[in-house]
Design a protein around this ligand. Structure first.
Ligand code: AMP
Ligand code: ZN
Ligand code: FE
Ligand code: FE
Length: 277
């Protein structure tokens, strides 16, 4: 039987809505064998996912998703097979999560200036343990009736060009890549379709990231159309990058359950393993 993987899944330890256990149960039903838990700036979902995976006869790829800034745009970098138990790594992620908390408070302050009053306590209750992010704020805005869709929240208030935008922990792509490599991980450019700069082509930006040490690219993603997949496959071949893929499921955080929407052959996971062996 061929085995399949979904290498981009969030849990409630960041802005997904499912527990790690629930993620694995959904993955099993979706016919997946391997799941990468890739929470934003947090690795606390990995151990509980591994525990249930052992019972279900599945595999968990330990992962994380970091944000890096290029000028005034941001890119996301996935780290696979990171040593998630490394003490310094945990401390680094903790520091980033602390900045996220302060940033969330600043976003709420800005929203108040736009006559949108959200309670800090309610936000932190909603986000729970792990890292807080804009998707939590978007969902609270929705719950309180300030907007009628999550995308409206980003457009109107908290998107990178929105009136209440606040930037995160400042990491350059080199910093993020180094952080992942220090713990033996594979740095992979997440959802490359979102890579954008006014003054440079996407390929030029990717070329630069490869120079910085990026080793892979997320060719398959829920937001990719067949022509996108072709484009990124081409770039993967041209720059000798590992090809990965995942749904970027956030549970109900983005309304639709995406887990299993992207299923990549397990051979791609084997290639990743071979690259670190
Ligand atoms: P943060 O890490 O707090 O900056 O938030 C990033 C999260 O917000 C990720 O899960 C993104 O997928 C999500 N996000 C960013 N822009 C949008 C958008 N326009 N619509 C919906 N979700 C978005
Ligand atoms: Zn997210
Ligand atoms: Fe992302
Ligand atoms: Fe993600």
């Amino acid at each position: 039987m061929p085995k399949f993987a979904d290498l981009h899944v969030h849990t409630y330890l960041s802005d997904g809505t499912f527990s790690p256990e629930k993620v694995m149960e959904y993955a099993k039903v979706a016919g997946l064998y391997a799941i990468a838990i890739t929470d934003h700036d947090c690795v606390d979902g990995i151990a509980p996912a591994m525990e249930i995976a052992a019972k279900l006869g599945m595999e968990v790829v330990p992962g994380v998703e970091l944000t890096a800034e290029i000028g005034d745009s941001e890119i996301h970098i996935l780290g696979y097979f990171v040593d998630w138990q490394d003490k310094i790594f945990s401390k680094q992620l903790n520091d980033i999560s602390e900045v996220r908390k302060e940033r969330a408070k600043k976003i709420l302050e800005k929203l108040r200036k736009h006559a949108v009053d959200l309670s800090e306590d309610e936000l932190f209750q909603l986000s729970g343990p792990g890292s807080v992010g804009r998707l939590h704020i978007a969902n609270l805005l929705y719950k309180k009736g300030f907007i009628s869709s999550v995308s409206e929240a980003f457009r109107k208030y908290i998107g990178n060009k929105g009136c209440c935008y606040v930037s995160k922990f400042k990491l350059t792509p080199e910093d993020a890549i180094a952080m992942i490599k220090r713990v033996g991980g594979i740095p992979v450019l997440a959802h490359p379709k979102t890579v954008y700069a006014e003054d440079r082509s996407r390929e030029d930006m990717i070329k630069e990231l490869v120079k910085d040490g990026m080793s892979g690219i997320e060719v398959y993603h829920s937001d990719h159309k067949p022509k996108d997949v072709e484009e990124f496959k081409g770039l993967a071949e041209k720059y000798n990058l590992l090809m990965t893929g995942g749904s970027d499921c956030h549970g109900f955080g983005k309304r639709q359950i995406l887990i299993g929407k992207v299923k990549i052959p397990y051979e791609l996971v084997e290639k990743m393993k071979a690259s670190i062996a």
